[in-house]
Write a protein that binds this ligand. Structure first.
Ligand code: NAD
Length: 370
């Protein structure tokens, strides 16, 4: 069996604590199920800056490019607030996204039944929620040119951002959404604003065209992004997979995130293009949250977002649907048992540390996988 190469970049703050818990699960999978994961560790963010004056070293960048998948913790913190802009901690994350060409950002919003009361919506609206937002990550208004502020004189300025998409960019993100929908409930909702934006007209046209040719087995609906935001908080369970551009995806995924209760629970994946020779694709998996300097080093961090990101890695990069499902069931089971880190704690539950939550997940995973 070929080794499965994981490159672990824990980063800063709670990044190190939650990655240690993911490491326990990987060790357990190797020991119990002989999955053959080979892990290398590198530095990113402030930790890399302290070691080599860069947000990620050239050697670690090469390792990230060579790995089957990268697991990323979180970067940043007050210690590096004044470092030069191009070597600030976040620059490491941006460089990884750019050089791995990660154009598809996947953010699931899953509401575990045991946490339905932690959502800002009524429990009956979110209980059992399981939606996936597929956001285009490398195009659109964040990158389009021109992007400038022009001084018009007399105290007047003009700011321009350019929303721009080409057919191929839309096709490849739509294909990711349709492929993923095939492993779920076979329903994709595409969101744009074709009523006021030319890029929205093209988006809708291209998504419809690729659907008609390659993905007729998946249902496709179109929705204006503003109506989509409203529907996400009105009746979120109507959605399965949502595909949208960089800007709308940024907003809609944050809305969807809040439906699930806590930042400490939210995983993500970012995918690159499929290599035509090997059939594999570069990918990075990371929790949505940051390095949480306010709680770092105190054993308070919730490791579930990191471990749910590992589950996404098993499923997407290695096709291990069973193992991913077992890990997700282990998360559900520890929550059903009443175990809570401080961020999701409520009266009557059992408060546990980061390490205790990780240990409980290992125990549950072993039981479920046996
Ligand atoms: P944050 O996500 O780090 O924290 C926001 C709040 O949520 C804090 O109160 C924190 O304690 C809590 N929180 C976050 N993750 C948690 C977890 N797993 N368990 C329990 N509580 C958790 O956002 P922030 O405070 O705005 O940013 C802190 C640093 O992280 C900044 O330097 C920021 O630039 C960086 N950041 C990095 C990433 C990334 O690496 N992908 C993302 C966002 C922010």
């Amino acid at each position: 069996m070929a080794a499965r190469k994981l490159f672990l970049l824990a980063g800063d703050g709670i990044g190190m604590e939650i990655m240690a818990e993911a490491g326990k699960l990987i060790t357990c999978m190797n020991d119990e199920l002989d999955l053959g994961f080979e892990c290398e560790e590198g530095l990113v963010g402030g930790a890399a800056y302290d070691a080599c004056g860069k947000a990620i070293s050239e050697g670690d960048m090469r390792q990230a490019l060579a790995a089957d998948a990268v697991l990323f913790g979180a970067v940043g913190g007050p210690k590096w607030a004044d470092v030069p802009y191009d070597v600030r901690p976040e620059a490491g994350l941006l460089r990884l996204r750019k050089e791995l060409e990660l154009f598809a950002n996947l953010r699931p919003a899953i509401c575990y039944p045991a946490l339905a009361s932690a959502s800002s919506l009524k429990p009956e609206l979110v209980d059992g929620l399981d939606i996936l937002i597929v956001r285009e990550l490398t195009g659109g208004v964040y990158f389009g040119e021109p992007k400038e502020i022009t001084d018009l004189g007399h105290g007047n300025k003009r700011a321009v951002d350019t929303q721009v998409y080409e057919t191929g960019e839309i096709e490849r993100i739509a294909a990711v959404a349709f492929e993923l929908a095939r492993g779920r409930n076979r329903h994709v909702t595409s969101m744009e604003k074709h009523n006021v934006m030319k890029s929205g007209v093209l988006w809708r046209e291209v998504v419809s065209a690729i659907h008609a040719v390659q993905y007729k087995d998946v249902a496709l609906a179109h929705m204006l992004a503003d109506a989509g935001a409203m529907q996400l908080v009105r009746a979120p369970r109507q959605f399965d997979v949502i595909v949208t551009d960089n800007l709308f995806g940024d907003l809609l995924s944050d809305v969807a995130a809040m439906l699930t209760g806590s930042l400490g629970m939210l995983p993500s994946a970012s995918l690159g293009v499929v290599d035509s020779k090997t059939g594999s694709r570069r990918a990075m998996y990371e929790p949505v949250h940051g390095s949480a300097p306010d709680i770092a080093g105190k054993g308070l961090a919730n490791p579930i977002a990191m471990i749910a990101s590992l589950a996404m890695c098993l499923r997407i990069s290695f096709g291990m649907n069973d193992e991913a499902g077992w890990l997700e069931r282990a998360i559900s089971a520890v929550l059903d048992d009443g175990l809570r880190t401080a961020d999701i704690y409520s009266n009557g539950m059992q408060k546990v540390s980061t390490g205790e939550m990780g240990d409980a997940l290992v125990t549950k995973f072993k039981q479920i996988a046996a």
